[in-house]
Design a protein around this ligand. Structure first.
Ligand SMILES: Nc1ncnc2c1ncn2[C@@H]1O[C@H](COP(=O)(O)OP(=O)(O)O)[C@@H](O)[C@H]1O
Ligand SMILES: CC(C)(COP(=O)(O)O)[C@@H](O)C(=O)NCCC(=O)O
Ligand SMILES: [K+]
Length: 244
């Protein structure tokens, strides 16, 4: 039994795995990390390994305090991954993106794959059928767009996500919702179309905090798997054990 933890820039997600099955999922904030893990380990006393992938702001020490209870692993660029990394700056590639690429490679062998993670940022990651990781794109996520409009202007209010009534927003509030939400959806559909013009066949994996909402609104039919990063983390850890 292993505990996987994904530290993103908005929230921390965790899951307990027994083999390939998820026993339970958890979501918490950075300041709740230690108490949340303590509770999880109280409930799942048979956890032997804690596997962390972090692109967020937490101290390693917050995990290391559990070292007397189970083995603690931080995935890094030095670990073994099942793809060939063609990124020009592999050392600065987000470990979350490496884990997503790894999960895509292991779960969907020998095909072109596009992973879209709609989290704090939207990340696009493309792994071709020969398992070359080519890179992708990074752009602001849904919440970040609302916050950026507010934080970098004098007049725009901070709004919470709402489905826009019309694409022609007829008020400040509706114009912001249209710009943020429609812009977000159009961007993703636009990228998918761009990939389609270069690659006749590829599968799309959609994940992240906004994935469920997105899946319903994209022109392209895609199913969301909100748990893909944690599943990939568990598989990447297994891959590392098998290949070390
Ligand atoms: N309870 C929530 N708290 C924060 N963000 C949420 C929540 N529910 C959905 N979201 C959406 O999830 C996105 C953040 O996704 P998430 O995958 O948690 O990010 P990260 O992995 O970068 O921490 C935000 O753009 C926001 O719109
Ligand atoms: C792009 C990211 C900020 C996305 O983070 P997230 O939205 O998952 O919180 C993260 O993958 C990161 O810090 N990447 C480093 C730069 C790169 O991947 O090239
Ligand atoms: K992301």
């Amino acid at each position: 039994m292993i505990l996987t933890v994904d530290v993103g820039n908005t929230r921390i997600k965790a899951a307990v795995f027994e083999g390939n099955s998820v026993l339970e999922n958890f979501v918490f904030q950075n300041n709740e990390l230690e108490t949340a893990i303590e509770k999880i380990l109280q409930k799942f006393k048979n956890c032997s390994d804690l596997v962390v992938a972090s692109v967020g702001n937490v101290e390693k020490q917050s995990f290391l305090i559990f070292e007397n209870r189970l083995k603690v692993h931080f995935l890094t660029h030095e670990d073994k991954f099942p793809f060939i990394n063609k990124y020009a700056t592999p050392k600065t590639l987000g470990i979350d993106r490496m884990v997503l690429a790894s999960g895509a490679t292991l779960q969907y062998p020998r095909q072109n794959r596009l992973v879209i993670d709609a989290g704090t940022c939207i990340t696009y990651d493309f792994i071709d059928e020969n398992d070359n990781y080519l890179g992708g794109a990074i752009s602001p996520g849904l919440r970040l767009r609302y916050e950026a409009l507010h934080n970098y202007t004098a007049k725009l209010p901070l709004l919470s996500f709402e489905i826009p009534e019309e694409y022609i927003g007829n008020s400040t509030v509706q114009a912001i919702h249209s710009g943020v939400v429609n812009g977000f959806v159009y961007e993703i559909d636009g990228f998918i179309d761009e990939y389609r013009s270069d690659y006749s066949n590829f599968i799309i994996i959609l994940t992240g905090g906004d994935a469920e909402f997105l899946a319903k609104r994209l022109k392209n039919t895609i199913f969301a798997n909100s748990n893909f990063l944690l599943e990939s983390l568990s598989q990447t850890f297994q891959y590392k054990i098998d290949n070390d």
